[in-house]
Ligand binder design. Structure first.
Ligand SMILES: Nc1ncnc2c1ncn2[C@@H]1O[C@H](COP(=O)(O)OP(=O)(O)OP(=O)(O)O)[C@@H](O)[C@H]1O
Length: 262
């Protein structure tokens, strides 16, 4: 068995001739099963493009991607991953449980079965009491938890998250970080998380992939070794600050300093 996700020499060029934009150049990355990996970098460095390639929403110009040993299109058809975007994109006229069970409706599952599965997922994100509510009756954070529950409906082994919490306030964000960690620990899923927040990446991840822009390249891959299971106290840990300093140095073109982690 190889890695859960393999990205092999991926290049992505949008447009052509004088309008060509090299969004990704020579991306080489392997993500192991059960890891939380963040793709971190400034705006325009190609984070979302890379995630979209994994999700079969874009095809790379050159290079190869394997998701559980399959091409992304096969992985998508076999429901190997769920995707969560920055905005929850819920259907306003449907209540919470009907939003979560929507993907199962497309599969033709019977109503009772759909509700049962959707309820399980709502329980995982702690929203079982809000099943009959409509999206407009929920806070932004709760709506994003509904989107997470919807992405979990097929019980995919992989979650692809594209800046899922960037529109939320700090308090809600912190709660949802803990939620992601809890879900990952409970289910053993592989999580790929796009962000431009250094503390978010360091707090959540086993590895942080630091990208630089124009063209988008992997600048550095940093392993994050913090006390497990992670809780908010980890943010006070000296190593947490050291990791953040380390990532900042990558952006400044600074030298990787092993002593920072001693
Ligand atoms: N469909 C597209 N057509 C043309 N250029 C694109 C397209 N999608 C992305 N790009 C370009 O590719 C580069 C990478 O974009 P991408 O959205 O992946 O960056 P990002 O790191 O996710 O940025 P942000 O944090 O702002 O979302 C940018 O220069 C962007 O303008």
């Amino acid at each position: 068995m190889g890695a859960e996700i393999v990205i092999d020499q991926v290049n992505m060029i949008f447009g052509s001739k004088e309008k060509a934009v090299t969004a990704l150049s020579g991306i080489q990355l392997e993500i192991e099963k059960g890891e939380i990996v963040s793709l971190l970098g400034p705006s325009g460095c190609g984070k979302s493009t890379l995630l979209r390639i994994m999700a079969d929403l874009l095809t790379p110009t050159t290079g190869k991607v394997l998701v559980e040993n399959e091409a992304p299109i096969q992985a998508r058809l076999q429901r190997k991953f769920g995707i969560i975007f920055q905005t929850p994109t819920l259907l306003e006229w449907r209540n919470v449980i009907d939003n979560v069970s929507l993907p199962l409706e497309f599969l033709g599952l019977k109503k009772r079965e759909r509700k049962e599965i959707a309820m399980e997922q709502l329980t995982i994100v702690g929203l079982e009491k809000f099943a009959e509510y409509h999206p407009w009756q929920l806070s932004g954070g709760m709506q994003q938890r509904v989107a997470i529950a919807r992405a979990l409906t097929f019980n995919p082994p992989i979650l692809l998250m594209d800046e899922p919490f960037s529109a939320l306030d700090e308090f809600t964000k912190e709660r949802l970080h803990l939620e992601v960690i809890r879900i990952q620990q409970k289910t053993g899923k592989t999580v790929v998380f796009v962000t431009h927040s250094i503390p978010e990446a360091v707090f959540l991840s086993n590895r942080v992939v630091v990208l630089s822009a124009h063209p988008g390249r992997i600048n550095h891959i940093m392993e994050v070794d913090l006390p497990e299971p992670r809780d908010l106290s980890v943010r006070e840990h000296p190593k947490f600050f050291n990791y953040m300093t380390q990532v900042r140095k990558c952006f400044d073109g600074g030298v990787y300093d092993e002593d920072l982690l001693a």
